[in-house]
Ligand binder design. Sequence first.
Ligand code: LLP
Length: 463
Amino acid sequence: MSRSAHPAGPRHADVWPEGHYSAPPADLNALDAKVWAQTVTRTDTGEVSVGGIGVAALAEEFGTPAYFVDETDFRARARAWRTAFGHDADVFYAGKAFLSRAIVRWLHEEGLNLDVCSGGELTTALSAGMPADRIAFHGNNKSTDEITQAIESGVGRIVLDSFQEIVRVAHVAQSLGTRQRVQIRVTVGVEAHTHEFIATAHEDQKFGIALADGQAAEAVRRALTLDGLELIGIHSHIGSQIFDMAGFEVAARRVVALLAAVRDEHGVELPEIDLGGGLGIAYTSDDDPREPHEIAKALGEIVTRECEAAKLRTPRISVEPGRAIVGPTAFTLYEVGTIKPLEGLRTYVSVDGGMSDNIRTALYDAEYSVALVSRTSDAEPMLVRVVGKHCESGDIVVKDAFLPSDLAPGDLIAVPATGAYCRSMASNYNHALRPPVVAVRDGEARVIVRRETEEDLLRLDVG
Ligand code: LLP
């Protein structure tokens, strides 16, 4: 189809508004398996279903907006990571991507460990039965209460992020009469090619202790002298939504070099390294993520090679994927409310959610795709911007995408790959009620996080 046929767009391709879109897809009804959860399919009636249940029935029962997570897909991805890394390595799911008690149970059943970064995440994990020794506790400013809660509950490791924290954790552990297993988080000086706000291993940022100027070696020196700490390893997390393995390889090399320096200075071989999370997923058809087995192979090889060269025993490796496990497993279902064609520009499609259920577009300029899911359509594609209902012009869900030009109020549209950092970063802006998360599997749907109610909002308002 030619771009000039676009009903609300400019008349000529060379004056189309700026954006990241490519030409309209050949078939607007097709669902690219790269961005949709495993059991999502378009049925014979034209409606999309997940786990065997059509979206109209889901919208009817659970309302919109709502997040639907494909439990089969989640478990398959968790298992793929577990299998890829095998018995000599550990996979810690990063709970910040999305955490609920059902998720904790699935992870436990699939043999994964869990990374938490707050007292709230720790409480959720423990309340759903994750054994404490399979939990890693993170954060660049853990409170003394959080440190105490983590040590008392027996977490497997605390990842130390600053010189103050080394002393703080040692002190709390000692006062509780115990020795806490810890790792030290280092910044390896890698520029990860991702958005500035989610890159974490260059030196000018708040996380970790720098390798470059000997700070990390000094942190190891201090940790080794404190009775309350058992230093078990070094941790590095270089950033998020990364496709290029080169950054991880440099990080692995530098972390192993630190292990060798520690061995040379202290005669101690630290037994573990953690290379963090950050593996990218497909938000649009243009993204090409790596499979867990490729990642495991690349990381395993580089660590083994570097350790052999340094004559070190190969440490136990762990990784912390969050987005790569939960991200692709969910979509957000919205109902179309209003449609506003702006002649020569694009068509604004307003849905019943927005930046309160997905802040990533506004915050990181994140790209998403979108599809009409309650029916098929043979109408011409139109260039749309999917926006929310908030009092903010930056309230954009999908910046540039194509939907059929016969789109109408009441249609259901869905944004795939919203499993990570959407519900977990949701807000009550404009007193929006945060949407539910519904797990779907084998023809059954059940709420795992319920929709907020106005009573929930008023319960906090005690003035
Ligand atoms: N480990 C550590 C220490 C982390 O800080 C993070 C993410 C992860 C693992 C998991 O990263 P993942 O595999 O999910 O990329 N809100 C941002 C992402 C912030 C990530 C923070 N830390 C977003 O929506 O893109």
